[in-house]
Design a protein around this ligand. Structure first.
Ligand SMILES: [Zn+2]
Length: 69
């Protein structure tokens, strides 16, 4: 009695999706955000967009002027 083992079919290879490009700009080490400032109104997780000398939050429209150092 020869029993043939049916090959496993229908198994799809799982492909890892690339992480959101939203965070590609920011380097995050552990819990520390190296680059990119977060919105003081929205809190951590909402990044401010840098425009000229301003920082702009697309979530709450908070605008912060960067001081020259
Ligand atoms: Zn905000």
């Amino acid at each position: 009695m020869a029993e043939k083992k049916a090959g496993k079919t229908g198994k799809k290879k799982h492909k890892n999706k690339p992480t959101s490009k939203k965070y590609a700009k920011y380097k995050i080490e552990g819990n520390k955000i190296i680059r990119g400032k977060t919105c003081p109104r929205c809190g951590a997780g909402i990044f401010l967009m840098e425009a000229n000398n301003r920082l702009y939050c697309g979530n709450c429209h908070y605008t912060s002027f960067e001081k020259k150092q």
